[in-house]
Every structure is written in C-alpha cells, then in structure tokens.
Design a binder for this molecule. Structure first.
Ligand SMILES: C[S@@+](CC[C@H](N)C(=O)[O-])C[C@H]1O[C@@H](n2cnc3c(N)ncnc32)[C@H](O)[C@@H]1O
Length: 268
C-alpha cells in the first residue's frame, strides 16, 4: 500500500504493496497485465472453479482501477494472481462451510473479496477505515455482482467490536494489517466465541507467535497454530496463524497493544 492516509502507521506486508509513492503513477495500465499466466492456470482453475471468470474480472479491476487509485502498487500488477489472488484464496482451506467472515483492514479486498469469489457459501464483511478504499470496495462488489454475499463496512476493527451493534463473525481474517498482539486485540473481540482469527503472515509468523504468546493468551486466545495453506497448489504456500477465541475477556484498554515492535507481515 502506498499513499496511506491512516495516522498511526500500518505495517506493510504480504500484500507486497510496498510503502512510498510510486515514481510515476500510471494513467491507464494495460488490462492485459492482469491476464492469468499460463503456468498458474491449473492452480487457479482448482481454486476458483466455475468462478474463475469472476476472479479474472477482479484481477483486472485491481491491476487497472486499483493501481490508478493507489490501492495497489504498480509493480504488483503483474503479480496479482500469485501474490494476491491465489495466495489469499487458499486460506479458504481453514474456513468452514457457510461461515461468516470479517476481513479486517481489507484494503483493496485482500483477502476478503478473493475468499468471497472462491467460496460462494461464505458471507463476507470487508472492514476498512479509509474512505477511498471502501469506495473502491463498494464499486468492486457491485461490478462483480457480489452484493448478496459481501458487505463493505467503513470502520476500525477495535470500534466495530463494541457499541450497541457489535459486529461478529465465525472467522476474522487479516493480511498485512498489524503485528500479532495488536491483531489479537482488535480481531478476537470480532470473533464469535469459539470462532477464530486467521492472520496471513509470512516469514515472521513463527517469531511473532513466540513474541506475542503472552498477549494472545491475555486477550482470550488459545495457543496460536501455524498453517501452510495451498501446499502442492501454490508456491510458496500461504503462511497463516490461527488463533481460536476460547475465552471471553474484558475489553482491552485503548492503545494497550500498540507498543509492540516488528512483526511486520511479510509473505516471504
Ligand atoms: C497494508 S494494508 C493491507 C491491505 C490488505 N489487507 C492487503 O493485504 O493488501 C493495511 C490496511 O489495514 C487498514 N487498517 C489499519 N488500521 C486498521 C484498524 N484499526 N482497523 C481496520 N483496518 C485497519 C488500513 O486502512 C489498510 O487498508
């Protein structure tokens, strides 16, 4: 991600959406850049099945409008399928049938919109605080005809979980949003009891589990479990930290999990 107008800083991550403004922002990227590379066709067919055309339409949106509007770095366009669509979609392995999913810090729709495309059984909420991103998400949902299964909500995770009408899901996903302790503080309250956080991480995953184990426990999370999704389908597999919400704990004091360092989410 770049051109981020969110105060307080957000780790950049597997989205591979590098920080800093691009040297030149393309006026109108060639949609051909989002064509499915032949070497990924088999994996994409296995993952998206009859919804492959829908995935291709989303890939084109990301590589054109998404780049022009600064939601995806221009250098990401040729890597849309492997680093973004396929890598996000395989996380569906960990999501039960007919689950409700809240994607925290959805950005341009990763992984939430991809999961909604790959898994028509899911109900997905894309939770994102920045207006220009929710505008893109709403337009994308309309353009892809996913209004029945995808809802876009503008807001911060830590606020959506509280108040008179709190948001809850069976599964909460997040990619490249924050270190594990802050994610647990924001996302576990969004998970129904027994539900889970699925944090898409990269090389940092194992270290983050060790570093933040005590905080996760304090926040009501079970022991984090490391998964590699899409093994034998995508290379490299997606690295996901699963944390089940196994205890209800009181609200976390605002800002209490903000001091951790490192734990940036990187894919490789
Ligand atoms: C680096 S981007 C990642 C976007 C997307 N998940 C991806 O992988 O490409 C981080 C996103 O988290 C969002 N974000 C930051 N703080 C948040 C919060 N407290 N609640 C929800 N989203 C947040 C930002 O607005 C931004 O869209």
């Amino acid at each position: 991600m770049y051109g981020d107008d969110l105060r307080g800083g957000v780790p950049t991550g597997p989205g591979g959406t590098p920080p800093g403004p691009p040297a030149v922002r393309p006026e109108s990227p060639d949609p051909a850049v989002a064509l499915l590379p032949p070497e990924l066709a088999e994996a994409a067919g296995r993952i998206f099945g009859a919804r492959l055309d829908l995935a291709a339409a989303y890939a084109e949106l990301l590589a054109t409008d998404g780049v022009v509007r600064g939601l995806i770095g221009p250098r990401e366009a040729p890597r849309i399928w492997d680093r973004h669509l396929l890598n996000c979609a395989v996380v569906g392995e960990l999501i039960p049938t007919d689950a409700t999913v809240i994607d925290v810090g959805s950005g341009a729709g990763l992984p939430g919109l991809v999961l909604a495309i790959a898994r028509p059984d899911l109900q997905v909420m894309l939770l994102e605080p920045l207006a220009r991103r929710t505008a893109f998400l709403t337009e994308a949902v309309d353009a892809l005809g996913l209004e029945d299964s995808v809802q876009v909500l503008r807001g911060r995770a830590e606020e959506a979980a509280v108040g008179p009408d709190p948001v809850r899901g069976d599964v909460v996903t997040a990619r490249a949003v924050a270190p594990l302790d802050r994610l647990a503080a924001w996302c576990l309250p969004l998970a129904a009891p027994g539900g889970r956080l699925l944090a898409l991480k990269g090389a940092s995953a194992a270290d983050e589990i060790v570093e933040h184990a005590a905080a996760v426990h304090r926040l009501g999370g079970a022991e984090p479990v490391l998964h590699r999704c899409g093994e034998g389908i995508v290379e490299p597999p997606a690295v996901v930290v699963e944390i089940v919400r196994d205890r209800l704990v009181g609200p976390t004091p605002r800002g209490s999990a903000k001091k951790s360092r490192g734990g940036k989410s990187r894919r490789r």
